[in-house]
Design a protein. Structure first.
Length: 84
């Protein structure tokens, strides 16, 4: 292996959204997870429902903002063409 081209392999703290933390080794000092073995339904045996409707709504809001911005940009461009 060449010296000096590889990232540092350090001890990392892994944090989950449920509050669980544990140590491992990685090239990053901290890793943030959304789900871990302490809260995952496969390991706990309890089923959690993920709010997919909220995610879809957030996506549609972002899409509406993008469409509005594109429409405003197209309107400005058409006004510029009319001036010329």
């Amino acid at each position: 292996m060449k010296a000096g081209i590889h990232p540092k392999y350090v001890e990392a703290e892994v944090r989950c959204a449920c509050g669980n933390t544990f140590k491992t080794r990685s090239t990053r000092p901290t890793i943030v997870l959304g789900i871990c073995n302490q809260c995952h339904p496969f390991y706990t045996g309890q089923q959690k429902f993920v709010d997919t409707a909220g995610r879809v709504d957030k996506f549609q809001q972002r899409l509406a903002k993008t469409a509005a911005a594109q429409a405003a940009l197209a309107e400005r461009a058409s006004k510029r063409k009319k001036r010329r």
